[in-house]
Design a binder for this molecule. Structure first.
Ligand SMILES: [Fe+2]
Ligand SMILES: [Fe+2]
Length: 229
């Protein structure tokens, strides 16, 4: 099999870097210029290692086949998580000025938390894992694990690699930083609310959806009143 994970399939060019910022314009809000440049590099590296041309080409799903957006792509998810995480920071900083949160780490972490999806969703990898699962694993590495690898490979700080790893299931096995916990909360809330609001395909929600929720169909009919009169 001799598949060289992490080896670039095509060179990283400024065109790829520009497409990353076009798809995730919130990257411009990262104040630390080194952090911003490395976040762009992380996505450029992940894309050039995959068969995806740009972030918006990655399907809008939580995992392959799970939590599938009816409309939209991975960029919509990443931007939504970044918006939500920033609002969480605003709320607590506004109401309790004594809290200490590193906003740049939250924003960067939110924008790169799923950088490993270029790997986990790559059709070439999916085909390879399905063909040879007893040898390769299925998947060999989840996006959270591969994302942490990408973050460290491009020189992002450990705090960001920790968010990439800890935002997802792997986070249950480690202690989470405050910034990771904010991104994880925004991420899980985003998917659960997308499900509740009828934005996900019902078949993709069966195994993972919050059992408490009764999803409402999106924009199929005006909101009916729960109670007559
Ligand atoms: Fe994720
Ligand atoms: Fe996510």
């Amino acid at each position: 099999m001799n598949y060289e994970a992490g080896k670039l399939k095509r060179p990283i060019t400024d065109e790829v870097r520009s497409s990353v910022v076009e798809d995730l314009p919130e990257l411009n809000q990262i104040k630390d210029s080194t952090l911003r440049a490395k976040a762009i590099e992380a996505w450029a590296h992940a894309l050039c290692e995959s068969s995806f041309q740009r972030i918006r080409d990655i399907p809008g799903e939580g995992n392959p086949g799970v939590f599938t957006l009816k409309r939209g792509n991975q960029a919509d998810h990443l931007r939504g998580v970044a918006h939500l995480a920033a609002k969480i920071v605003d709320e607590f900083e506004g109401s309790f000025p004594e809290v200490r949160i590193d906003r740049d780490i939250v924003l960067t972490g939110a924008l790169v938390h799923d950088v490993g999806k270029a790997w986990e969703f790559d059709p070439r990898n999916l085909e390879r894992w399905q063909r040879d699962p007893d040898r390769a694993g299925e998947p060999s590495l989840r996006h959270s694990v591969f994302g942490a690898h990408v973050c460290l490979a491009v020189g992002l700080p450990e705090e960001i690699a920790h968010i990439a790893l800890g935002h997802s299931r792997e986070g249950q096995h480690i202690g989470l930083s405050v910034e990771c916990y904010i991104v994880r909360t925004a991420d899980h809330s985003w998917w659960n609310l997308a499900g509740a609001l009828g934005l996900l395909t019902p078949e993709s929600m069966k195994a993972e959806a919050d059992k408490m929720v009764r999803p409402r169909h999106a924009a199929e009919a005006p909101l009916k009143q729960a109670r007559a009169g």
